[in-house]
Design a protein around this ligand. Sequence first.
Ligand code: NAD
Length: 327
Amino acid sequence: MTKPTVGLVGLGYWGPNLARNFDDLAELRWLCDASPDALERYGARYPQARTTIDFDEMLGDLDLDAVVVATPAVTHYELSKRALEAGKHVLVEKPPAMNVAEAEDLVTTSESTGRVLMPGHLLLYHPAVQKVKELVSSGELGDVFCVNSNRQNLGRIRTDENALWSLGVHDLSVVLYLLDEEPSEAWAHGSSFLTPGVEDVVFCYLRFPSGKIAHMHLSWLDPHKMRRITVVGREKMVVFDDMELERKVTIYEKGPWQPTETYGEWQTRTGDIFSPKVPSDEPLRVECRHFLELVRGEGDPQRAARDGLAVVRVLEQLQASLVGAPA
Ligand SMILES: NC(=O)c1ccc[n+]([C@@H]2O[C@H](COP(=O)([O-])OP(=O)(O)OC[C@H]3O[C@@H](n4cnc5c(N)ncnc54)[C@H](O)[C@@H]3O)[C@@H](O)[C@H]2O)c1
């Protein structure tokens, strides 16, 4: 089977990871960046790929199947739209757009052109997240009460997008995936300490129609590097901790209970604590493979685009509340 041909735009911090994967899994045919230095550097590493600073030159290649967008978030909508209109399948880094109207327009364009639009929600391809989803869906945790996430570190300090859009997009994609519903309420509070208008620390609260709630603490001004998502169920609780090398997922057989002899008084029970085996596949490799499957016509191409839209919808609500929140 011939490998799909891929052109990558954006060779900054993250793009080279995508280049490495698509060089292995597909035919990396083009590298595009506004910086001639970046092109020189990565053009030497991938000599079979053509290099250009002109996005349209890449789009004009009739033998190019797909475009991967790894430029700053504010450029995602425009570049993705142009690529879809040029008949290319698109994998766009998160978030696919900076507002709902543009995200909807991308979904519509992908549907009308019959091309794949897949936002790069990396964590959805993390084997540990798949494991947690399995535990939630199978009912092993019992009724899920709440999800609590921490994405904190000192750095990487961004000046072009706030902690909500830069970090929260990851947690949000997982929360929506695990709970399989969209929130009826979304509130965010935060503050810009370093760059005016760019919140460095954000706390988010979500309430879902089923009554479940979720909280996200997002910050690049924190002494601890934390990458953790906790799901609390009535029967069991599970923690996905991406800072752990081996024990990425820990299941706690802990929960509340009401023994009959205590006449309705709540007690807690503590059982085993264990870590199931989780495959060590690189999430980005799984993500890139999934994109190529969609390009080949395997799987549901609309699903990824619509999930990406749902994430932008909630981000926009959170952003509105963040800006409107009383000082
Ligand atoms: N999935 C993840 O875990 C993850 C991690 C880091 C970054 N990202 C995402 O990847 C994207 C890029 O982030 P980054 O940290 O690599 O940014 P960056 O600023 O380091 O790199 C962006 C690159 O894009 C180039 N560029 C900008 N506008 C361009 C244009 N119009 N045409 C061609 N080239 C252009 C710049 O020259 C630069 O080389 C962002 O959307 C970010 O959110 C995702």
